[in-house]
Every structure is written in C-alpha cells, then in structure tokens.
Design a protein around this ligand. Structure first.
Ligand code: BG6
Length: 518
C-alpha cells in the first residue's frame, strides 16, 4: 500500500505464509467450522487470497467419507442468485475448493489420530515442489474449551513442522471463565506454543467498523481533540440481539451474557476506542496501548451493574423454558455495566456497556454523547452524539444542531451521515472471519488478543462474575425479568440516565432507522 492515506506500518513486515501451506481445521464437523471457518476460507480462496497451492484438512472425531465431509464443509457457503454473473465462477471455484480439502477422523486426546493427521500432511507436502522454504502449517482450533489444551499438546507433539517452516495456531474464546482459569489455560497453551505462533481470535476485532476506529480517531483532528473528559459526557457500547439463546441454552448458561459478549467483544471495542495514539500501527505498538488503557480500568462495581433475564412473550419462550437450561437458573441474558477509565483523558466519563439477547432489535453500536453546550444563547439544545454503527449496515453519523431551514431562527437536531451502503455502494465489506484468517496467514497480530490484554480484561470482570455466581461478597443478585422482544428490564433507561446520558426530547430519529432497504 502506498500513496495518499496509506498506513506505512500496516504494510506487511510480517512473515507471511505464501506457499507450501496446509490449513488444518480442528473441530471440522462443529457449528463454528461450518458456519464461519469454512465459508471464510472459501471466500478467501475464491478471491485468490490464500497461499498458492494451499490445502485444507478437516479434523474431528466423527467418522465421515469425503463426500459427507464436503457436504458439511460447504453447507453454509452462500450461493449467488440464479442468473448472477458470478454463478459459473462460483461453481468452478467451489469444485476446486472441494478438491483441495480432505478429512481425517481422530480423537482429540490420543496420539493415533494426530499421527494419521501427520501422514495426511506429509502426503500433501511431498507434492510441494519447493523443498527449500519448508512447509507451513496453520492450525485453526474451532473446538470447545474442554479439549483445547489436549489438542494444542497433541499438535505440538505430533504435527509441528521444523524450521524454516512456520507453525501457527488460531484459538477462540472462551479463554477460561475468570482470571485464574484463564491464566491456567494460557499457561498450558504457552508451554506448547509461543506468543508469536498463537493467534487468539476475538471476531469483533475483524469487523470493519472496529478496524475503522483507529483511522477514524487518529486520522481526524476534530474527533481526536474532542475525545476526552472535557467534551464527552458518556459513552454507550450497545449489543442487542433479537433472538434468545435458542439451541445454545446449555452452553450459554455456563457463561452468561457478560462472559459471552462484554468481557471480550465489547471490551475490545472500548479499548480501541479509548487507547492513546500508538507510536506506529505495528501490532505490538497497538496492543501496548490497548493494554495500557485496560489497566486503567478498575474492576466493575456491583452498584454499576443491572442484570436481566428474558421471559416468555410474543409467542416466544422464556430463557427458563429452554430444556437445556437448568431449572431456576439465575444466568443473566441482559447486562448493563458501567466502566471507568482512571487516566487523565477519561477520568469520570462513564462507559456504559449494554448487551442482551431476545431484545426488540438486532444492533451493535458505539454512541459517544458530548456534554451540553454552555447555556446562555441556547435553551434546551440537543447534545452532539457520534454514533458508530457496527452492524447491521455500517455507518457513522454525528448528531449535530443546525438552523431550521427557512425564515425561522431555531436550532434543530440533524446529522452528518456516512452510511457505508450509500457512500461505498460498490464495496463489499469482508466478513470478520475472512479478515482475521487472512491477517493470521500474513502473520499480522494487530487484530488478535495478546496474553496480557486477556489478563487485564479478566481483572475488570472477575469480581462481578463471581458475585453473580454466588461467590460473594454479599448475596448473588437476581436478574430482573424482561419480556422477549422488549428493550430490556423496566429500569433500563433510568439506569443509563443516572450516569448522565440525556435522551433528546426533540423527536429526533436518525433517517436510516426508517430505511429498511439499507
Ligand atoms: C459470539 C457469542 O461470540 O458472538 C454469541 O458467543 C453472539 O452469543 C455472537 O451471538 C455475536 O456475533 P455477531 O458477529 O453475530 O455479532
């Protein structure tokens, strides 16, 4: 990348896997692999982003013949519409994708499976012509946490390729359940794989608008200079889903919404939003700044937490009616928690995280609400808000006041609007997993979670998680009920208002809200 607007140190100073590469997907028959990993790999393959002569090997316990594996591998890949120009190319590439994909069945805790995998890897690598460069192995662990470490050990023992080949392992949350269990897990992982070889995915870091935050903040003088306690009243980071835990209740109950979404996805958004300007855009410089800001966040206090659990409504079942959920579970499916950053830039500004399942809409956004304009010439003028819509339909808009057009001199709230589908109509925004897998293949760690970052994140959340689970101090809280499809527990608004958020009462609604087609 060069020329206007280029970001020099984001250019690849890393060791990329360019050829002789096998991508091994462990947990190949599971949901994550089918829904996210394989579709992302296919798109990258189709667009020519994967290394030359790449091979893909699926690995899981289920015995399957190649046909069955291919059926599962492509089951979630979206086919272009009939008549679309790209159908022929898609079909050709899909056949090629199946040809480069094989499957090995084996257990996660015994050597024979890994040895069978090794045989398959050798069979593929024997055909690579360039013998000087070594062979690269990219292990993607789409696995439940219970087998995580045994697989990492099995791979290291049986399938580690010698230098100059490169080994990489991609792992995904949950990374433990609290500070201690996370440290334990990371210690075991580190005994086998170096930090440089490890890529901890938080897929929110692959989302376009989260990646955009760095440029948005540090590439715009007017934003950068107003991002501090002198101008910002409060910040909301909101994650809303319109469906419940349907089908995942059993898994979810062991974690709850705070571990599922806040401690990782929303905290990552917060750290990129609030960190100081990094010395460069290199992975370590960025991650150093993220860790620094996270270390300024004290553990969340009980009084700054509002919990909820959805109940049956609108023909939909309540959380407790899910057969996989233990009777009488107190697991929160909704949480509002407030974080503070004790550094000179942000001291006293509440960062309100809101996350919930079975709400009235599906939306993820960051809302930076500025302070009131000094009173005097204006009475009751709306606050500025910078809204970064992460999904659906990426957008950035700034709510600002302007004179009502015409022969009146009255201020009205309006907006500066950068809606991606309108401004970048022909650009396809990559899926988070596509962006992240490609980064890991290139060896770029910028959008992956470093070990000390994970540690800092758990320190912030562990005390309230323990309290919710009845480990004190004080009795465990009971989440407040809210009807499926509602905006959350009944005091959801008074809660955020108590931290300074002001709802504009001038009937403003962002135009996009009413534009279903976007
Ligand atoms: C996952 C959570 O990490 O993120 C899910 O476990 C959640 O509960 C999902 O639904 C949200 O991801 P996305 O990309 O759909 O916003």
């Amino acid at each position: 990348m060069s020329g206007a607007g280029s970001i020099p140190s984001m250019e690849g100073s890393h060791q990329a896997m360019e050829k002789n590469t096998v991508i091994v997907v462990l947990g190949a028959s599971g949901d994550l692999a089918k829904k996210k990993t394989f579709p992302a790999l296919f798109t990258l393959f189709r667009q020519g982003h994967l290394p030359a002569d790449v091979h893909i090997v699926g690995y899981a316990r289920t015995k399957m013949d190649p046909e069955e594996f291919h059926k599962r591998e492509i089951s979630y890949i979206k086919t272009p519409k009939e008549g679309d120009d790209s159908v022929d190319d898609f079909n050709t590439k899909l056949e090629e994708f199946k040809k480069i994909s094989t499957y090995i069945a084996g257990s996660y805790d015994e050597d024979p499976g890994f040895l069978a995998l090794e045989e398959e890897l050798k069979r593929i690598e024997d055909k690579y012509e360039d013998k000087k460069e070594g062979n690269n192995r990219f292990f993607y662990m789409a696995l439940p946490p219970s087998v995580f470490i045994t697989v990492a050990q099995g791979l290291k023992k049986n399938n580690y390729t010698p230098a100059p080949g490169i080994n990489r392992v991609v792992v995904e949350k949950p990374f433990g359940k609290d500070l201690d269990s996370s440290r334990e897990m990371m210690k075991d992982l580190k005994a086998e794989w170096t930090e440089d070889e490890t890529f901890r995915i938080d897929h929110y870091l692959g989302k376009e608008m989260i990646k955009n935050l760095l440029v948005l903040r540090f590439g715009n003088m007017f934003l950068d200079s107003s991002f501090n306690k002198n101008y910002v009243s409060n910040v909301q980071i909101t994650f809303k889903e319109a469906i419940g835990t349907e089908g995942r209740g059993g898994y979810f109950d062991g974690f709850g919404i705070i571990r599922d979404v806040c401690q990782n996805h929303l905290l990552q958004a917060l750290s990129v939003l609030t960190m100081e300007r990094p010395v460069s855009f290199s992975a370590e410089d960025i991650r150093d700044e993220k860790v620094k800001v996270l270390r300024c966040v004290p553990p969340i206090e009980q009084k700054d937490t509002l919990l909820g659990q959805y109940t049956a409504a609108n023909g939909k079942p309540g959380y407790l009616e899910d057969d996989t959920v233990p009777k009488g579970s107190n697991c929160p499916t909704f949480a509002e928690t407030v974080l503070f950053i004790n550094n000179p830039r942000w001291e006293g500004v509440p960062f309100i995280m809101k996350a919930g399942k079975a709400l009235n809409e599906a939306k993820v956004e960051i809302r930076v609400q500025y302070k009131d304009v000094t009173s005097g010439i204006f009475k009751d003028i709306a606050r500025n808000e910078l809204v970064i819509r992460i999904q659906p339909s990426e957008a950035i808009y700034m709510k600002m006041n302007a004179k009502t057009p015409g022969l009146v001199t009255r201020a009205m709230p309006t907006e500066l609007d950068l809606t991606y589908k309108r401004r970048f109509a022909d650009t396809i925004i990559p899926e988070a997993y596509e962006a992240l897998i490609l980064d890991a293949i290139k060896g770029d760690h910028s959008n992956f979670v470093r070990d000390d970052e994970l540690d800092a994140a758990w320190k912030i959340f562990t005390p309230i998680l323990h309290w919710i689970e009845g480990k004190g101090p004080g009795p465990a809280p009971k989440p407040q009920p809210y009807p499926y499809g509602s905006r959350g527990p009944k005091n959801v608004d008074t809660f955020i208002e108590s931290y300074g958020f002001k709802r504009s009462d001038q009937g403003y609604s962002w135009p996009l809200t009413n534009m279903g087609h976007l």
